[in-house]
Design a protein around this ligand. Structure first.
Ligand code: IYR
Length: 222
């Protein structure tokens, strides 16, 4: 283990005027406010280099003790996507028919989701985010910290990077999702966290006409 303090370098940032800061903050809000979870994809491929850039962006996220406790598994293989869809739909069928409470089904009803997940095969890429609950190093097991928070933040970066690239995604969380570890052959220290299909929206993609809570409902200024 290396206990030396990390070397420091001068902090570099884009230097903006206060007017530019105001403009940028408003622009970024307008831009991200256009993001929607899209469930219908065009069967059009996205180059691997694009996916690499998205993953590199996600991996710039802050993490507990800079452990970067994540692995992004990018799946383009038709065969693997087919296997993932079959396993996810089996879980979802059981969820919608047996496991979901009345209240949960009632909350989901306006969104119109069901057990059928064609996007798991239609989207050109599935990015499966794994959290590393601990690190397996040559010298043995090492602890990771704030894993849930760190991987959640990295996933947020990933979603905004996908939107920024003009592509779409949705946050799919089949439950339980251990089948992803088996199909993707991940080691025991990695647990599936989130599945993001990535691609172009289908030209007839529809999204629910949702309203976002206004600022005064989601914030308190003191
Ligand atoms: N995992 C299921 C159910 C589901 C749960 C929530 I919370 C959602 O916001 C949407 C769906 C599914 O993917 O259909």
């Amino acid at each position: 283990m290396n206990d030396d303090p990390i070397k420091t370098v001068p902090y570099k940032r884009p230097v903006l005027s206060s007017d530019q800061i105001l403009e940028k903050s408003a622009e970024y809000y307008d831009f991200l406010n256009l993001r929607r979870s899209v469930r219908e994809f065009e069967e059009k491929d996205v180059p691997k280099e694009v996916i690499e850039n998205l993953i590199k962006t996600a991996s710039t996220a802050p993490s507990g003790a800079h452990k970067q406790p994540w692995t992004f598994v990018a799946v383009n293989s038709k065969e693997l996507k087919k296997k993932i869809r079959a396993a996810a739909e089996a879980e979802e069928m059981d969820f919608y028919n047996n496991r979901a409470t009345e209240e949960w089904l009632k909350d989901l009803a306006p969104l119109g989701t069901n057990w059928s997940k064609p996007f798991l095969e239609n989207a050109p890429w599935l990015i499966v985010v794994f959290k590393k609950v601990y690190d397996e190093l040559p010298e043995g097991r090492a602890k990771n910290y704030y894993v849930q928070e760190s991987v959640g933040i990295a996933s947020g970066f990933l979603i905004s990077a996908i939107h920024n690239a003009g592509l779409v995604t949705l946050t799919h969380t089949p439950s339980p999702m251990n089948f992803l570890s088996d199909i993707l052959e991940r080691p025991a220290n990695e647990k599936p966290f989130l599945l993001l299909p990535v691609g172009y929206p289908s030209s007839h993609a529809q999204v629910p006409d949702l309203e976002r809570k206004p600022l005064d409902e989601v914030s308190v200024f003191l």
